[in-house]
Design a binder for this molecule. Structure first.
Ligand SMILES: [Zn+2]
Length: 279
């Protein structure tokens, strides 16, 4: 069947329909990004926060994630770069008068009244959190080339138009640029031992087994890798405590608090059972 004439139109159909499917997919992605929380996928509802990469989240979902990083399946992929509430800004959004219609976006630009639906770029000012269409904000920007300080047209706070304007839902390339800028900014932050890192060090001292694996989980700059290491450390710790719990008190008393190797534990347990049964 493969080489008969009939297969040729089929192929043409495939070529024709592929861009259409891609278009529909792109429209869905755009809608998902501008109408819904990137984390919970629920409809955006104030308070809404945004990160250094310009993604939009419902604040309650982000709080849930910060308390339990496994609360959302793909949470670390989406916002593994968010370490605390300090890494996000609560946005001041302007409600869309037509927001009750499900096909219309919830928010608009207070300057141009354009809807925030992904059709045109929107930005937020990281200093105050006010959200505008990029075009709307630009028309009000001061024309001076030397002075980059502007005043927010909504709340009158000062901001630097080169440093403090964050693109919302940027393109992939722009997001990559923003990620690099974020990482560079973090490298410049004063180094101090974080609570998490301290806890990890203590865990490494406490757990007698598998020092090599623990070493591999040393803090990393890549948040998703760090998160994965945390998961490994956690599961190792769980295994260890499970094993300890299964150990009989008698065996524990034989070994004190030391951690015998698995083989020894098993054999000793057997011996002890035999002895106690024969009595
Ligand atoms: Zn403002």
């Amino acid at each position: 069947m493969g080489n008969d004439g009939g297969s040729i139109p089929d192929r043409r159909d495939l070529v024709r329909t592929k861009p259409k499917a891609e278009q529909a997919d792109k429209a869905n992605q755009t809608r998902a990004r501008w109408f819904f929380c990137a984390l919970s996928k629920r409809r955006l509802q104030e308070p809404v926060v945004s990160c250094a990469l310009g993604k939009l989240y419902n604040k309650d979902a982000l709080l849930e994630y910060l308390l339990d990083r496994s609360a959302f399946g793909d949470g670390d992929t989406i916002c593994g770069h968010i370490r605390s509430l300090k890494d996000v800004k609560t946005l001041t959004l302007t409600p869309n008068p037509a927001r009750d219609e499900p096909e219309r976006p919830q928010f608009i630009c207070p300057l141009s009244h354009k809807e925030m639906n992904g059709g045109q770029p929107f930005v937020y000012i990281s200093a105050c959190g006010c959200v505008f269409s990029q075009a709307g904000l630009k028309t009000l920007s001061s024309t001076s080339n030397t002075d980059t300080l502007d005043v927010c047209p909504q709340c009158a706070n000062k901001f630097d138009r080169l440093k403090d304007v964050v693109m919302i839902n940027p393109s992939t390339e722009e997001e990559e640029r923003m990620r690099v800028a974020m990482e560079e900014k973090r490298l410049a932050e004063p180094v101090k031992k974080s609570k998490k890192r301290k806890a990890k060090d203590e865990a490494a001292v406490d757990g007698g087994e598998g020092p090599k694996k623990k070493k591999a989980s040393a803090p990393s700059l890549n948040p998703s890798i760090a998160a994965a290491s945390r998961a490994v450390v956690k599961s190792l710790a769980q295994e260890e405590s499970k094993r300890k719990a299964e150990m009989s008190d008698a065996v524990k008393s034989l070994y004190g608090d030391g951690l015998p190797k698995k083989k020894e534990t098993f054999m000793t347990m057997g011996t002890f059972t035999r002895v106690s049964c024969s009595r």
